[in-house]
Write a protein that binds this ligand. Structure first.
Ligand code: ATP
Ligand code: MG
Length: 293
């Protein structure tokens, strides 16, 4: 039997609050978040807007310090951002003062000029920006800027990629292409990817596991392993069934006008049975209501 892959990311009983506007007030954003991400695993986080997905990713990437709990990445507690891991931001990730080529080559300082040129050209090609190497971000559309940002992240060849709604600004066709490219890169290079998205279809297409977060204060409410073979066919019956079960687990219906709780926190919401049986640790399965610390 194969031994399980070592953990790339371990999150143990993580809590996060921000100071509120009034003295002594706190905004409880995350509570009791525990999670293990294996090396080479592709994990998608979904959940209601404002529940704390970006906050969680920013803590894991070292941009924010948690209130309580532990984050271990590649065996060490996270003390700040690290060059071996890259973060693709929700928007405005590229450096406005650098050209597309210089943005994409930003993380390649240890390479020779020739290697650097080849790597930059490869990733610029992949994201469809050939011809725009010398353009500045202000000269690009929002979607093109986002593609430059994705090329920058991939070119840096990190061990772990944190992606916060990286395809949110892209049109549908480009989004589909980027998903296919990312799947291919992930399959060939076996990066660990932690990917936040609003788009459940995207999560089902990309992930090994989809983690559904509850309303704020958020925890990981349900863990859904996606075992469909890749590349995943958006029209296949298994894909659609998986997608619909995640919608159901989030208390949402695809039919307009049908009653559905918008709250991912609703304990009366049916969770997925059968092959979708929720996995993960006890704390991952736990569904918590609003609580005070
Ligand atoms: N620096 C901050 N100071 C105070 N409150 C913050 C800060 N950053 C985030 N918050 C609050 O934390 C909560 C979670 O925000 P976060 O950006 O993590 O949500 P999200 O799940 O990523 O939402 P979306 O899907 O809309 O991007 C929100 O209520 C937000 O107002
Ligand atoms: Mg966010």
């Amino acid at each position: 039997m194969n031994s399980p892959a070592p953990s790339a990311v371990s999150i143990r009983d993580l809590w996060m609050s921000f100071p509120g506007k009034l003295p002594g007030e706190h905004i409880h954003v995350l509570e009791r978040v525990s999670l293990e991400v294996s090396e080479g695993e592709f994990v998608c986080l979904v959940g209601p807007s404002g529940c704390g997905k970006s906050t969680l990713l920013n803590i894991v990437a070292g941009f924010l310090l948690q209130t309580r709990g532990e984050v271990i990445v590649e065996g060490r507690p996270v003390l700040g951002p690290d060059r071996r891991r890259v973060f693709v931001f929700q928007e405005n990730g590229v450096f406005p003062w650098l050209t597309v080529a210089d943005n994409v080559g930003f993380g390649l300082s240890g390479k020779s000029a020739v290697e650097r040129r080849d790597i930059v050209a490869h990733y610029i090609d992949m994201v469809g920006l050939r011809g725009f190497e010398r353009a500045y971000p202000r000269e690009l559309s929002g979607g093109m800027r986002q593609r430059a940002e994705i090329a920058r992240a991939l070119a840096a060849n990190p061990d772990i990629i944190y992606m916060d709604e990286p395809f949110g600004a892209l049109d549908f066709i480009t989004r589909l292409k980027m998903r296919a490219d990312l799947t291919r890169i992930w399959q060939s290079e076996k990066k660990t990817i932690l990917f936040v998205t609003h788009d459940i279809e995207e999560a089902v297409q990309l992930a090994d596991r989809v983690l559904i977060m509850s309303q704020r204060p958020a925890t990981i409410q349900t863990v859904v392993p996606i075992t469909l073979p890749r590349p995943r066919d958006l029209d296949s019956r298994d894909y659609i069934a998986m997608r619909d079960r995640i919608f159901a687990a989030m208390g949402m219906s695809l039919r307009i006008g049908e009653a559905g709780s918008p709250s991912g926190n609703d304990k009366s919401t049916p969770t997925s049975p059968g092959p979708l049986a929720t996995g993960g640790s006890a704390s991952e399965r736990e569904s918590v209501g609003a609580s005070e610390r």
